[in-house]
Design a binder for this molecule. Structure first.
Ligand SMILES: [Zn+2]
Length: 298
């Protein structure tokens, strides 16, 4: 009888020890990786490349959704409340950031404005400035300034997880070396051609143009304000003819009809270009964009 009670007790004891261990393992696992939340695809992809498998990463703006006009969902608030690092672009790309950060309750959250200390380009005309602020926010489309963004992200990861400093530094080095190789390759290619002007629907490529001494002509006014006036349309057609433009670049969500109309007038074609705002892996997409632009100019 006495033996039976003893056996029962030890069973209860060992059971509770087991569950205690189980809890411990589960808890350690959830804090093992840095929990990172990013705003939209370009930022998500760069942060993923720097963090590798040391981070657990979530992105707020869903794939295929326009990054400029977006409001976070309640589940994003939940993610931000338990995250270690939040990375966003800044410069008005995410107008929801200030109010979102005010409404969460997370003292340990390290907030990274990725474009801090980058070499900014001022928005030219007031039309472009609408919803964008004083500076052009599409900084990640420069193969040079995206290094600065990646470095800002790396520094935040090191701040939270100093033990793995060398890991993040190694991945940053890999990222910036990839950029340098691509930059050099296309600097050489573009330097050998006469045509420097290309036409896009969404004026997102000023930083890429600066890298390669190209000229971006945006037709945002034509594409985004409903039906274009015939004056605007003929101005655009004349510009294309004068500058030997044969390709109209546009994003998938723009008005293809207007682009096709202009392309037809100039005997050219319409080509898709990816701003990385809603999809695409960084270096691969940059290479694809550069090759398309190069092919349209050579
Ligand atoms: Zn944009």
């Amino acid at each position: 009888m006495k033996k039976k009670i003893y056996l029962g007790l030890s069973l209860i004891l060992s059971f509770s020890m087991l569950t205690a261990c189980g809890n411990k393992i589960a808890k350690e696992k959830s804090t093992d990786k840095i929990e990172v939340v990013t705003s939209f695809n370009a930022i998500y992809d760069i942060a993923s490349k720097i963090g590798g498998d040391r981070i657990a990463i979530k992105n707020i703006v869903p794939k295929g959704t326009e990054a400029h006009d977006f409001e976070p969902k309640p589940k994003d608030m939940v993610d931000l409340n338990k995250a270690d690092v939040f990375v966003y672009n800044g410069l008005g790309m995410e107008e929801w950031v200030d109010s979102t950060l005010k409404s969460i309750n997370n003292d340990k959250l390290v907030v990274v404005e990725a474009t801090k200390n980058t070499n900014l380009i001022k928005n030219k005309d007031s039309k472009e400035g609408e919803g964008h602020g004083e500076f052009d926010p599409h900084v990640w489309l420069s193969l040079q300034d995206s290094n600065i963004m990646a470095r800002n992200i790396m520094e935040a990861f090191i701040k939270v997880d100093g033990e793995n400093k060398e890991y993040y530094q190694g991945r940053y080095k890999e990222f910036s070396e990839g950029n340098a190789i691509l930059l050099k390759e296309y600097e050489e290619k573009f330097s050998k051609i006469e045509n420097k002007g290309f036409v896009t629907s969404h004026a997102a490529f000023a930083y890429l143009c600066r890298d390669f001494k190209l000229q971006q002509s945006s037709v945002a006014g034509i594409f985004n304000d409903g039906e274009p006036t015939s004056q605007k349309l003929s101005d655009m057609v004349n510009f294309c003819k004068e500058n030997n433009v044969k390709t109209i670049f546009m994003e998938s969500d723009g008005s293809e009809k207007v682009a096709q109309t202009i392309a037809k007038e100039i005997n050219g074609n319409v080509e898709k270009i990816n701003t990385l705002e809603s999809e695409g892996s960084y270096l691969e997409t940059m290479r694809e964009n550069l090759e398309k632009i190069y092919n349209s100019l050579k």
